[in-house]
Write a protein that binds this ligand. Structure first.
Ligand code: PXG
Length: 459
């Protein structure tokens, strides 16, 4: 099919009219954006005809891969039947009810109710309002503070960016908002010193207890964390961490919230990341994999305790025009059915996930400047380091990552650099053969990276 315009025309239009997220506009426009035109399976094509392997599933979301005609058909049929109606004012529609019933089937026990949003950030903001409202209704309106973690990511809205622990986001727009506190992340490689992983996991959970005592348990509403920090660089906490966090939350009657926007819907080999780590949140936020990125939709899974508590308070004054949008709901339902009925979650746990982990380690463990090679299911990372023996990082955290990422990009392989953590989260439908091909390219890219850091005098 002939392209409507040339790459240059699109670049010029984009530069003139489009402001990109998290982007230095002048710098982008000097070079011009890469124009992605179509996708199939784990591959994308750009407007110059390059075939690109997408080891990130878009932004950690296209879990069923690109180009699914069945999902397109579901969207089309729903648009023709009922393109839109709202769920305010005592109305509902089949698409959203069917989705909710299905989600309650795949959710762990105690999660029978969902609240819908258009994105992960909105799910997080919804959760913040819900948690505070819950304590109001319980007669404890002073229990307001939510505790997040440094280097956690919970989105870009005012609430989500506040709760997240990205300093470069807080710097812009006077964040965090009041009633948000942070504790340090459970990053053993960077913060664990001489302690074993398990000892460090308990120690890192202890920071939560300290913070609760500092603020006063009667003022702390919830602790919120990603089971595995995604945008923070695939930080996988030691096994001892989450159970201890749960124990502390129960001890002080603080709600426990898992942000499952990345970990949810099969990424770890379980339906939800908290199931992998064996803890029991009171609520959890989702988006991304819920529709495999085919439609913008998020959901807060509200545990029975909170749902019933909220219900006692009458109106919960919150919601979006597109909460439970019929087209998004129909596509999400088809996505979740595919994940379940085609055995995709199971395959991540028992087949392609373990294969990826084994091949990931074999590929990267031998390099001089790669360490902490890690992963679970189909989410994995490694860290670029100056000296493995002393666990010394590069002085400007992010420079090595950007260099490495650009080499990957230049070789038509998309992996993400989070600081100097290189991460991947391929579509869950990836095959063993595709993993081999992807890691073959990645290996050559890291070889090139190691030559380049020597050439630039970075080591
Ligand atoms: N929570 C978590 C755990 C996320 O990863 C959000 C909330 C916000 O979701 P929305 O749909 O509002 O973006 C996210 C999003 C990256 C990257 O570069 C990661 C996200 C978004 C954009 C970029 O790694 N995660």
């Amino acid at each position: 099919m002939a392209q409507e315009r040339s790459t240059q025309q699109w670049r010029d239009m984009d530069a003139a009219h489009h402001l990109h997220p998290f982007t230095d506009t002048d710098s982008l426009n000097r070079h011009g954006a890469r124009v992605i035109t179509h996708g199939e399976g784990i591959y994308l094509w750009d407007s110059d005809g390059n075939k690109i392997t997408d080891a990130m599933a878009g932004l950690w979301c296209v879990n069923l891969g690109y180009g699914r005609k069945d999902l397109a058909l579901v969207a089309q049929q729903q648009m023709e039947t009922l393109a839109y109606y709202n769920t305010f004012f005592k109305t509902t529609h089949p698409a959203v009810t069917e989705l909710s019933a299905l989600l309650s089937e795949i959710a762990p026990p105690g999660f029978s109710r969902m609240f819908y949003t258009n994105s992960g950030s909105e799910a997080v903001d919804t959760m913040i309002r819900m948690v505070r409202r819950y304590w109001d209704v319980q007669g404890q309106p002073q229990k307001k503070t939510l505790i997040g973690r440094w280097n956690g990511y919970h989105g870009s809205t005012i609430g989500g960016a506040s709760l997240g622990g990205m300093g470069y986001m807080h710097e812009q727009g006077d964040l965090p908002i009041p009633g948000i506190a942070h504790i340090e992340q459970p990053w053993w490689y960077g913060l664990g010193g001489d302690s074993s992983r398990e000892a460090f996991g308990l120690h890192a959970a202890g920071w939560l207890e300290q913070k609760i005592l500092e603020i006063g348990a009667d003022k702390v509403a919830a602790f919120v964390g990603e089971p595995i920090q995604g945008a923070g660089g695939v930080i996988i906490p030691p096994a001892s961490y989450w159970p201890e966090i749960e124990r502390i939350c129960r001890k002080y009657d603080v709600l426990l919230v898992a942000d499952e926007v990345i970990c949810g819907f099969g990424r770890t080999g379980e339906w939800f990341g908290h199931q992998h780590f064996g803890f029991h949140p009171d609520l959890f936020t989702t988006a991304k994999g819920l529709s495999s990125g085919y439609q913008p939709i998020g959901a807060v899974f509200v545990g029975d305790r909170v749902a019933e508590g909220l219900a006692r308070g009458g109106d919960f004054n919150h919601g979006f025009t597109y909460s439970g949008h019929p087209v998004a709901a129909a596509v999400a339902r088809a996505t979740v059915r595919a994940l379940r009925d085609d055995g995709i979650v199971d395959r991540v746990k028992n087949d392609v996930g373990p294969y990826m982990q084994e091949r990931w380690r074999e590929t990267f463990e031998g390099f001089d400047h790669v360490d902490d090679v890690r992963g679970v299911g189909l989410i994995q990372g490694f860290t670029l380091v100056r000296n493995r023996d002393t666990r010394e990082l590069f002085p400007d955290f992010g420079d090595a990552g950007t260099l490495c990422r650009d080499i990957f990009f230049g070789n038509n392989l998309i992996m993400r650099a989070c600081g100097d953590h290189m991460v991947a989260s391929p579509p869950l439908v990836v095959t063993r053969k595709e993993i081999d091909q992807m890691l073959g390219v990645a290996q050559r890219c890291v070889e090139e990276f190691e030559r380049e850091i020597v050439r630039r005098g970075m080591v």
